[in-house]
Ligand binder design. Sequence first.
Ligand code: SF4
Length: 379
Amino acid sequence: MAVPVSQAWTVATYVLGQKLKGRKRFPLVTMLEPLFRCNLACAGCGKIQYPPHILKQELTPEECFRAVEESGTPMVSIPGGEPLLHPQIDKIVEGLVVRKKYVYLCTNALLLKEKLHLFKPSKYLSFSVHLDGQREHHDFSVCREGGYDIAMEGIKAAVAAGFRVTTNTTLFDGADPNSVRGHFDEVMAAGVEAMMVAPGYTYEKAPDQKHFLGRARSRRLFRAILSNRKKSWKFNANYLYLEFIMGKRDFKCTAWAMPTFSIFGWQKPCYLLQDGYADTFQELIDGTNWDNYGTESGNPKCANCMVHSGYEGTAVNYTFGSLKGLWQTAKAMMNRYEDKGALDLLHEPVKPVHSFNPLVQIEQVQIETHVRVEEGTRV
Ligand code: SF4
């Protein structure tokens, strides 16, 4: 199992309970963004482009608890920004753990080792470390030399201290499937519980717009990476979602499954788009025209999206929607996906995208602005 039995049981009973209540749209994971500040300035990120007066704001622990109680989800993911920069992140996590929420604290791990003492190991808490591949690829992707080594140190320290640790890898055009497979070996050897992998989303605000994957290229890349799977690899994702990104099945977006709450309120319709905000979770559900979203809607913003915040909830819903769904998920967990064609893809030459077409680098002046904000020089 890639997650503890108690977590799988909690999610299963929650989903079945929602279905028995006849709820058409119910959330599964609250995406809680307590701040947008970060100590990195990745070219593919759509979050850290906010002006300084927004970057210095943050949610209080009470606001976080209210949002999670409102949505009622059994799981909470805390992205950002970099959550470890929040001065009360320990209180937020502690309060959610007391409420028996399974918390994924998403971090670039630059501060993980030094802030580990703020947290207590718990089955309810996982550090989800953002690593975009092996050393060279990750450092390039996050625009920070040495970032990979610091993150790996943080992972090892957290594992040694008894914490649950997972990784989260976002892939862009030019990713080398062999290198990604090597990365999986490295992080599993470092003792992580499981890995999440997904294609990057084309954020309109991201400074680099050239390297996002289209759907066809995503499927080809993930077929190469996830076929002929090693037994040692464990994934912190619904295994039918992995089949979706490999092009083996189709799902429709259920963006309400992972609603996002930030300093602006509940974000419409999903973690990725910003078509307005709602004051309450119910207003988000009732006041969003969901037919306008998802790849089939014809909305150009959704055309290439395959991210887990839109489609993993669909996969989970499918898993627990019937005995057939459960059976297919169990089979997917055992399947190594032997595929000769995918092996051939691994033998195709790959020219790393940065060797001929450098990623956009965010101007130094912008980075310095963020660093000043994070160090407390609040405007
Ligand atoms: S398809 Fe992607 S971008 Fe569009 S609503 Fe769903 S999750 Fe959001």
